[in-house]
Design a binder for this molecule. Structure first.
Ligand code: HDE
Length: 720
């Protein structure tokens, strides 16, 4: 009989808070502890090492049902990856409102501040395949499934508040353009290639989004340090049936932070799972990621008062015009137990709404309402994907939908139709009073046309607003990103057309990009608009310019984000044998107290001999990491340690890169020797002879600042 009992299960190292969704998932959890190996039919297996053969050296027998079952199942383990957003990472948690939102919506989960609604959140990149790097320059998906008592509500958003296109009909074109080119399947998870920029160069409506994806927003430091946006305008409907427009925002507690492009490239080599690991480790360590839900509420009567159309997903509503009201918090406190069962099989859909939350007529959203169920039919293999444990609502589910591939519910009785008497009329329709979904009676009218609203043709004003709102370092990063991306484009006319388009956003921007590409600054001629219908008057498709209410918006710049916490920041303590053990201990204490994650990075694995005795366990050997995987570096003293590191090219490069990437660096005692060997300016390094209270406090403060961007230009001269 079984003897080896596994240790009690811990969910991915984190304490497992109980939630209604967890209890529901537990019904499906296999618990192999102490169990015997069986086939899928429950027959106990005696030999899982040898197939059945006609004699020890003879051929395998077809009769071997154990072998056949095992291999058949294996052959079918893979399902199609998501056509977009294939690479993702997810976590469980909860959402709670600060106070009742009854004045805006009847949605039950937004009424009671004592109520915790279970959620499952999946973050993703858009263009790459499942195995691509987390650090691709790309939009990040930010999809939240709320398991409310009235059914599932999915807020399927991104970390950027606008999108490339205005109408769903262009989505397949956009995705075909950005995905690897069809003839050679190159490049993976990258927009830096001809087809993407060819498409962009013909689609002036993409320019606002292009500004965002060429900014550092597209290379986040952490999934925990990104904003989220519902993008489209939605509707909230209150108990009296009154509707208001709403924009959804997620504001991260840790602020909005990004890495540099050079780091992104190097992280992709050193740890392509950087974001997924970061999310997992933070949750496992109990540092639960947190966001506030923000609402921008717009009265129906104000629909037309803006210099943009509320239905246009390439526009934001500036926070200066409509402030973001923070109404609740989202906390992620549990890692999934099985990637496939949860993260891969979860099926989001912007059409999953609950009473009190509805759609607007945004033509991109309207198209999405069709796409998401349709795609699951292929990806998850049939119409019963809602029965997969991660997708099941907590709210009771009763209807007359029946059968289909992999049906799991056993529906009973004769009547699978409505109305019926043979089933006692059940299940019955719910009236508004019993929570029935009643669509807001929006008045519609007008001719049937293929067209878009007039203000949709203002393609550049908000792109300019974004550019004007950036700090100088942020502007420089946008210029560099465009130089990189367009530098990879082979067809000169495509490059020129894009620069021509940039000239409509800002002349300086276009000039700087053109200079990097060796192009003349283009004359501000009218942009080519590729999306003109065959029989339309092209004049109608010329961009218009509408004066926006603000020409700068602080919320658009990451430089203005929260910078008050060193929590979960990874700090490398560079050391070798002979290190000053006390300096290490003091710094570790201070960093841990600030919620940071200090790690000893040493010239070898195992443990280090500290100066004057004692052993220090090593977290990482230098060879296995790189400073790009850390937020800051501390170099403790100790003669032998620092002279060994100063002579070690890997350690020298570690400090140099941290310096060039504008990270906080501190050194105590003889630690400065390594700073000198790296050729970095000691003025930019926090120093003290001992790791006393002042050094540690100054270091923690510098880490909370994320980066010292003012150093970036100076650091250019330090060799890489
Ligand atoms: Fe999606 N999108 N999308 N999208 N999208 C999918 O659904 C689609 C759009 C977003 O973690 C697919 O289940 C169309 C905007 C996220 O599982 C698919 C259009 C925004 C995720 C699909 C858009 C998004 C998806 C692929 C234009 C931000 C990942 C697999 C009309 C508001 C969800 C799947 C997850 C996934 C279609 C545009 C966000 C094919 C047709 C705009 C976060 O249904």
């Amino acid at each position: 009989m079984p003897s080896k009992k596994r240790p009690a299960r811990k969910a991915s190292g984190s304490a497992r808070p109980s939630s209604a969704k967890q209890a529901a998932l537990d019904r499906f959890r296999e618990d192999p502890d102490g169990q015997l190996l069986t086939t899928d039919q429950g027959v106990r297996v005696n030999d899982d090492q040898n197939s059945l053969k006609a004699s020890a050296r003879g051929p395998s027998l077809l009769e071997d049902f154990i072998l056949r079952e095992k291999i058949t199942h294996f052959d079918h383990e893979r399902i199609p990856e998501r056509v977009v957003h294939a690479r993702g990472a997810a976590a469980h948690g909860y959402f709670q409102v600060y106070h009742s939102l009854g004045r805006y919506t009847r949605a039950g989960f937004l009424q009671d501040p004592a109520k915790k609604t279970p959620v499952f959140v999946r973050f993703s990149t858009v263009a790459g395949s499942r195995g691509s790097s987390d650090l691709a320059r790309d939009v990040r998906g930010f999809a939240v499934k709320f398991y409310t008592d009235e059914g599932n509500f999915d807020l399927v958003g991104n970390n950027i508040p606008v999108f490339f296109i205005q109408d769903a009909v262009k989505f397949p074109d956009l995705i075909h353009a950005v995905k690897p080119e069809p003839h050679n399947e190159i490049p993976q998870a990258a927009s830096a290639h001809d087809t993407f920029w060819d498409f962009v160069s013909l689609m002036p409506e993409s320019m606002h989004m292009i500004m965002w994806v060429m900014s550092d927003r597209a290379i986040p430091r952490s999934l925990r340090m990104m904003e989220g946006f519902g993008i489209h305008t939605f509707r909230l409907v209150d108990a009296r049936g009154a509707a208001r427009f709403v924009k959804f925002h997620w504001k991260p507690k840790l602020g909005v932070h990004s890495v540099l492009w050079d780091e992104a490239l190097k992280i992709s080599g050193k740890d392509p799972d950087f974001h997924r690991r970061d999310l997992w480790e933070a949750i496992a360590a109990g540092a639960y990621p947190e966001w506030e839900l923000g609402l921008q509420i717009i009265e129906e009567a104000d629909e037309h008062k803006f210099a943009f159309d509320l239905l246009d997903p390439t526009k934001i509503v500036p926070e200066e015009q409509v402030p973001v009201e923070r109404v609740g918090r989202l906390v992620l406190d549990r890692n999934p137990e099985n990637f496939f069962a949860e993260t891969e099989q979860v099926a989001f859909h912007p059409g999953h709404v609950v009473p009190g939350i509805e759609f607007s007529d945004d033509p991109l959203l309207q198209g999405r309402l069709f796409s998401y169920t349709d795609t699951q039919l292929t990806r998850l293999g049939g119409p019963n994907f809602h029965e997969i444990p991660i997708n099941r609502p907590l709210a009771p589910m009763h209807n007359n939908q029946r059968d289909g591939h992999m049906r799991q519910n056993i529906n009973v009785g004769r009547a699978a139709y409505h109305p019926n008497t043979l089933g006692g009329g059940c299940p019955m329709q719910a009236g508004r009073a019993t929570g029935g979904f009643v669509t807001h009676p929006e008045t519609l009218g007008g001719p049937k046309v293929r067209d878009r609203g007039e203000k949709f043709f203002d393609h550049f004003s908000q792109a300019t607003l974004f550019w004007n709102s950036q700090s100088d370092p942020e502007k420089q990063h946008i210029v560099q990103a465009l130089r990189f991306e367009l530098g990879k484009v082979e067809v000169p006319e495509v490059r020129e057309r894009v620069v021509g388009m940039l000239a409509h956003v800002d002349r300086t921007l276009a000039g700087q990009v053109a200079e990097g590409l060796g192009l003349a600054v283009p004359k501000p001629t009218g942009p080519v608009n590729g999306s003109v219908p065959a029989d339309a008057d092209p004049k109608k498709f010329q961009p218009i310019t509408l004066k926006q209410a603000v020409d700068r918006s602080a919320a658009l710049s990451m430089a203005k984000t929260v910078k008050d916490s060193a929590e979960t920041r990874k700090v490398a303590i560079l050391a070798a044998d002979g290190v000053d053990g006390e300096a290490v201990a003091a710094m570790k204490r201070a960093l841990l107290a600030a919620g940071a994650m200090p790690k000893i990075v040493a010239s070898h694995g195992g443990s280090l001999k500290a100066e004057g005795g004692g052993a220090l366990p090593v977290d990482f050997a230098l060879l296995t990491v790189g400073s790009v995987l850390f937020d800051a570096v501390f170099i403790p003293g100790g003669d032998r340690s620092t002279s060994a590191l100063a002579g070690d090219a890997t350690a020298v490069l570690f400090v140099r890169e941290a310096y060039k990437h504008c990270k906080a660096i501190a050194a105590s005692g003889t630690g400065l020797a390594l700073v000198e060997a790296a050729g970095v300016d000691a003025k930019d390094v926090l120093t003290r002879r001992d790791a006393d209270g002042q050094l540690t406090a100054a270091f923690v403060k510098a880490i909370a600042q994320h980066r010292d961007w003012a150093r970036e230009a100076r650091a250019q001269s330090v060799p890489a």
